[in-house]
Design a protein around this ligand. Structure first.
Ligand SMILES: *[C@@H]1O[C@H](CO)[C@@H](O)[C@H](O)[C@H]1NC(C)=O
Length: 257
């Protein structure tokens, strides 16, 4: 009977939203999400324990390593130290429209990260297809300009827990530049690879994304649906002037203005 009750609450919630989102009335969900994101962005230099998040701006990984043992002709061991990503809290919301009515109308969120900067000390050793020898060791830097994505979905028309369906993710990349100290043993090839990525990186990533998209989207949809009830609770939980209690104890002091 607890389940039945939850269903009734969802139905009520959906019905309530229909009325709240009638033209001329302001949509409560957009407002709530917008203020949640705003409260989040000014706290992203701190970990947020209630969300299980580490500090995100800068996002820091002290040490990590990985190896690929001749899979796909790549023989590789690599590590990163003092890895930092800057700029994740500078997101701009271009579009946000939420429709919680099941069926036809899509919800959309469109976000831009104007400038993201990754820096790390790295090692990359091994060979690619037995031809290219990696000799990587030193600083690695990557800058990403105007990374924009748009996610849209519909609410699943079914009895049961609130779920999304028909997820769509589109991405646009303004520019991508890399600089890895001594990545490849041979200098000419090293220069060539850097030039290739710096000239073509945007297109290359686009191709990879188009190729991997169906699998990625299925995975993301599953993850979202498994977390959706908790996520809604976190975002909508309380709306006093101080922001949702999920931010309790985390100072909103990350942006000095
Ligand atoms: C996001 O919105 C902007 C402005 O409406 C649009 O130009 C852009 O194409 C959208 N992004 C994606 C990835 O569709």
């Amino acid at each position: 009977t607890k389940k039945v009750k939850m269903r009734k609450i969802h139905l009520l919630l959906a019905t309530a939203t229909i009325y709240l989102c009638l033209p001329a009335a302001e949509c409560v969900f957009e407002k709530t999400i917008e203020s949640f994101l705003k409260e989040l962005s000014v706290r992203m230099c701190h970990p947020i324990p209630n969300l299980g998040l580490p500090a995100l701006d800068p996002l820091t990984v002290n040490h990590a390593e990985t190896a690929m043992d001749n899979k796909y002709l790549i023989d590789f061991t690599g590590s990163i130290d003092n890895f930092k990503v800057h700029g994740l809290s500078d997101f701009v919301i271009n579009k946000l429209s939420i429709n919680i009515v099941p069926g036809v109308t899509r919800s959309t969120i469109n976000v831009t990260f104007p400038y993201t900067y990754l820096k790390s000390i790295y090692t990359a050793k091994g060979s690619l297809a037995y031809i290219l020898n990696l000799a990587g060791d030193g600083n690695a830097e990557t800058t990403i300009t105007d990374f924009n994505f748009e996610i849209s979905w519909r609410i699943k028309a079914s009895i049961g827990p609130l779920a999304i369906t028909a997820l769509k993710i589109d991405m646009l990349l303004g520019d991508l530049k890399i600089n890895f100290d001594n990545l490849l043993e041979e200098e000419r090839i090293n220069n060539f690879v850097h030039a290739l990525v710096n000239e073509m990186g945007v297109e290359l990533l686009g191709d990879i994304w188009n190729y991997e998209q169906p699998t990625a989207i299925d995975k993301v949809e599953t993850i979202i649906n498994s977390k959706l009830p908790d996520l809604l609770k976190l975002i909508t939980g309380g709306n006093g002037g101080e922001g949702p209690p999920v931010f309790d104890g985390v100072e909103p002091d990350c942006k000095s203005e």
